[in-house]
Design a protein around this ligand. Structure first.
Ligand code: HXC
Ligand code: NAP
Length: 292
């Protein structure tokens, strides 16, 4: 299948330096892999340094590229500034920021503590803001001619979705930030875009959004008009295109890659209406048991 294959010309990201938050696992790792294959140097960040070190070895062996792992909780602005400093020390410049790190889990909203709600908002919205602000200030101060911010949102950034309300609230904020800065920062050569993926299986997402039997009860491909879930390479193809100069005239856009899913049934998790109330204790325990 063509969509499982790399799409861009060899060297399309040659010598670009790209920071990928949450780059050590899941979709962040898949996009990092392709950036490296296209000639970029990639900085991967997350809270778990051992995971990042394992990913560095794996990605460098697979692609022959250069990976810098930097531990960083995106909720902490000082740690984000330290990523920028480490990137500049290692590579002398930075060209792209991929705001991919996220936190999320399913829950009826009334079951959430204030801190649970804040935790997701802080990772997704505040984390994306922290990275965007730190890197944007750098690019403006240093008068870098061109740079790119790419934000990973979801289709429920505009539809909203029951049972993932903190995530929907935060992703909507990230989308608003994308469109706002696309206008405000274009004069500094900064392009800002977003991708809204539909379901792309990853351990991080599936363990928290479809724990236990929910994976079988709600087969995500049944929600998708094209009849399948996404392949990591097809997302990586889109992300690499938006990071590259080939997309130089695309600014302030959100590109949906979901096989038509949101149009079929807007609201990703509205189907959880079918989960009996008494099952939620068990589901929550399963999710919590997956915490590494
Ligand atoms: C209710 C919960 C809970 C649950 C945690 N909490 N899990 N409340 N139900 N299942 C509460 C805790 O009790 C605590 O509140 C607060 O949330 C913070 O929890 P911690 O475990 O201390 O937080 P932390 O260690 O920072 O972990 C963050 C996390 C965790 C979001 C809770 O799941 C995580 O690390 N996630 C990162 C990866 C991830 O989520 N990937 C999926 C992205 S998928 P109290 O009040 O007790 O202190 C995605 C896809 C969208 O975004 C679209 C799909 C199609
Ligand atoms: P994932 O593997 O769980 O990725 C989330 C990443 O974020 C992890 O690498 C995690 O690493 C990192 N992270 C979480 N909290 C962090 C924090 N406070 N500071 C720094 N890093 C943090 O899930 P995924 O499916 O690949 O998701 C990637 C992105 O795609 C997310 O933005 C998600 O919302 C979006 N998305 C996914 C899907 C899907 O179907 N998979 C659909 C739509 C959108 P650590 O735990 O090591 O910190």
């Amino acid at each position: 299948m063509m969509y499982q294959k790399p799409m861009l010309k060899e060297g399309s990201l040659k010598d670009q330096v790209i920071v990928v938050t949450g780059g050590g696992s899941g979709l962040g790792k898949a996009m990092s892999t392709y950036f490296l294959e296209l000639g970029a140097h990639v900085v991967i960040t997350s809270r778990n340094f051992e995971k990042l070190e394992r990913a560095k070895i794996e990605l460098e062996q697979k692609t022959g590229g250069k990976v810098l792992p930097v531990q960083c909780d995106v909720r902490n602005y000082a740690e984000v500034e330290a990523v920028l400093a480490a990137t500049l020390k290692e590579f002398g410049k930075v060209d792209g920021l991929l705001n991919n790190a996220a936190g999320n889990f399913i829950s009826p909203t009334e079951r959430l503590s204030a801190n649970a709600f804040d935790t997701v908002i802080d990772i997704v919205l505040k984390g994306s803001k922290n990275c965007t602000l730190a890197f944007g200030k750098h690019w403006i101060d240093y008068k870098q001619p061109k740079s790119t911010i790419l934000n990973i949102v979801t289709t429920y950034a505009w539809t909203g979705s029951a049972y993932v309300v903190p995530s929907a609230t935060a992703k909507a904020g990230v989308l608003a930030m994308t469109r706002s800065l696309a206008v405000e920062w274009a004069k500094y050569g900064i392009r800002t875009n977003a991708i809204a993926p539909g379901p792309f299986p990853t351990e991080g997402a599936w363990d928290r959004l479809l724990p236990g039997d929910l994976k079988d009860k709600f087969d995500m491909k049944n929600k998708v008009p094209v009849g399948r879930v996404g392949e990591h390479q097809e997302l990586a193809n889109l992300a690499a295109y938006l990071m590259s100069d080939f997309s130089a005239y695309i600014n302030g856009e959100v590109i949906t890659i979901d096989g038509g899913e949101w149009l079929k049934g807007a609201g990703e998790f509205n189907m959880l209406e079918d989960v009996p109330k008494e099952m939620w204790d068990m589901l929550e325990a399963m999710i919590r048991s997956k915490k590494k």
